[in-house]
Design a protein around this ligand. Structure first.
Ligand SMILES: [Zn+2]
Ligand SMILES: [Zn+2]
Length: 156
């Protein structure tokens, strides 16, 4: 189990499942909305995520033309996860909100065509100039050495 919280700590959550995938996004929407160079997302089953305390608010967020919901702390505004009505069973958790971030490792980097030029990427993660299909990102995670429960089908 993994615990997480917003920056002001009024919202706390627990994650009891396994990630479906984890990636970074270098699109301009992510850069502008966070004021940073890229964002990190961990796709998880919504049923594995439980709010333990605090008030979570939501607003509409446009990500490369697609409308998604941004769930954030009502008090400090920290983004906690994003969801889409098109796929309500999953959400994109912001894994930097975990108490322990030492186990995080993205398997892909998205929207590299707008990445800031100084960003250096690791060689073992997949690279995409725009948005790949989510199924492809899930398969990358499944085949990666970062998938949970030790040995996977690739033999790592
Ligand atoms: Zn907060
Ligand atoms: Zn993005």
């Amino acid at each position: 189990m993994h615990h997480g919280n917003c920056q002001c700590k009024s919202v706390a959550y627990k994650f009891t499942g396994e990630p479906l995938t984890c990636y970074t996004c270098h699109c301009t929407d992510c850069q502008t909305s966070t004021g940073s160079a890229f964002t990190m997302s961990m796709i998880v089953n919504r049923s594995d995520l439980t709010i333990v305390s605090g008030a979570v608010a939501e607003n509409v967020f446009l990500h490369n033309g697609t409308e998604v919901k941004r769930h954030h702390c009502k008090n400090c505004g920290s983004a906690l996860w994003f969801s889409s009505d098109a796929a309500p069973e999953i959400c994109a958790l912001k894994p930097g909100t975990f108490k322990d971030t030492s186990w995080l490792k993205p398997v892909a980097h998205l929207w590299l065509r707008s990445a800031q030029p100084w960003v250096t990427l690791d060689d073992d993660a997949a690279r995409y100039q725009t948005q790949p299909e989510i199924e492809e990102l899930i398969e990358l995670w499944r085949r990666s050495k970062y998938a949970w429960r030790g040995v996977n089908s690739a033999g790592y």
